[in-house]
Design a protein around this ligand. Structure first.
Ligand code: PLP
Ligand code: COI
Length: 361
């Protein structure tokens, strides 16, 4: 495909600086949005066309648009950071582009050329550069694609919209950067073999909400899902992967298949292994988790993902009770790995892995 060029139609009345500053003072996660968006359309027989960087505004959608009925939708999540010397750094966006296309394949959607995906990201960061926070915050980018064709028959749609929006964000969890409590759902599962667990599609999150609500109702921050076949093995959280740190410096994380192949997960595995931990992708049962936490063999557990970064897990609750992990605060490995990862992301630690993509100011 020929390189797609983006038409730039800047916002006619962007948010005034003083209002933007006020909005960015305590943005939380996913509540405050920047002024622009990128859109590109896809039509069967034509391919990608009408690429635009333009004012963020509501979509005009036909009530029969396939996404509204059959949820043919995928998304990504990634962050841009202000670099100490000026300009911006994006953490492994090529991996997001690759995973986006894996999700597209699973959902019978068109391939998005990696070059187009990355160009769309760069363009949005550039046009909304003033929305990229300094300090502890970051600019969260949400690329997504949905079936826009008006058609109620059940088949892959013939029209799609690819879009990128962005928002300045602080900590993902309510209450800031903290050790979290998780709820193990023994009733609801997230993904079965052959299903869509490894794809980042909206439907996975829709079906997770009832379990997430149960977690919130029980005073927890996130839900932990068990495997759908035996209801025995730890899979992942509603929006994060999970790691377990043992007393012999070994670190375990559940293997891929029905879980999302997290980019943070893969990065943490590399960082931990290079720091001398024995890292293994091994099935880990809920029974073993309880036994190891109670015996003290398990020293730490943490959740990781783009939105949450690395969050220590202090307490685990379930229908039958609860148990604490370590001293219920962030452990040594959690703290060290987070410092190294966020240092690379923010440009204060050498990027020896070549993970960062620069965007000029
Ligand atoms: N698992 C789920 C279900 C997620 O939604 C996410 C977030 O993107 C992750 C894991 C972590 O993936 P990543 O580290 O690529 O953000
Ligand atoms: C992310 O970490 O980017 C996610 O997508 C998790 C959640 C916000 C859905």
């Amino acid at each position: 495909m020929a390189k797609i060029s983006f038409e730039k139609v800047p916002h006619k009345s962007p948010t005034p600086a003083d209002k933007r500053t006020a909005l960015m003072a305590d943005p939380g996660f996913g509540r405050v949005f920047s002024d622009h968006m990128v859109t590109v359309q896809w039509t069967q027989g034509v391919g990608w066309h009408d690429a635009k960087v333009r004012a963020r505004e509501p979509f005009q959608m036909d009530p029969a648009a396939a996404v509204l009925h059959y949820a043919q939708e995928i998304f990504e999540g990634m962050k841009a950071y202000r670099k100490p010397g000026g300009g911006f750094g994006l953490f492994r966006p090529d991996e997001n582009a690759r995973r986006f296309n894996e999700s597209a394949k699973r959902m019978a959607m068109p391939d998005v050329p990696e070059e187009m995906f990355l160009e769309a990201i760069d363009q949005l960061v550039k046009v909304d550069a003033d929305w990229v926070p300094s300090g502890e915050g970051s600019y969260y980018l949400r690329p997504f694609m949905f079936a826009s064709e008006a058609f109620l028959g059940v088949r892959p749609a013939n029209e799609y919209i690819f879009c990128v929006i962005g928002c300045p964000v602080g900590a993902y969890f309510k209450g800031g950067f903290k050790t979290v409590q998780v709820w193990v759902s023994e009733e609801y599962t997230r993904a079965a073999p052959g299903g869509t667990g490894a794809a980042k599609c909206g439907g996975n999150y829709a079906s997770s909400l009832v379990a997430t609500k149960e977690a919130f109702d029980n005073g927890c921050d996130q839900v932990v899902f068990l495997d759908a076949v035996e209801r025995k093995w730890i899979d992942e959280l509603g929006g994060m992967n999970i790691f377990f740190v043992m007393d012999d410096r070994s670190i375990i994380t559940p293997p891929l298949n029905t879980i999302l192949p997290g980019i943070t997960r893969e990065s943490v595995m590399k960082l931990a292994s290079d720091a001398g931990y024995k890292v293994a992708e091994t099935p880990y049962s809920f029974d073993q988790w309880q036994a190891d936490a109670r015996s003290g063999k398990l020293r730490e557990a943490f959740a990781c993902g783009t939105a949450a970064v690395i969050a220590g897990i202090g307490k685990v609750k379930y229908r039958g009770g609860e148990f604490a992990i370590g001293n219920s605060g962030d452990g040594e490995a959690t703290t060290k790995l987070r410092a190294q990862l966020t240092g690379i992301q923010r440009g204060t630690v050498d990027d020896t892995y070549g993970w960062m993509r620069s965007v000029a100011a």
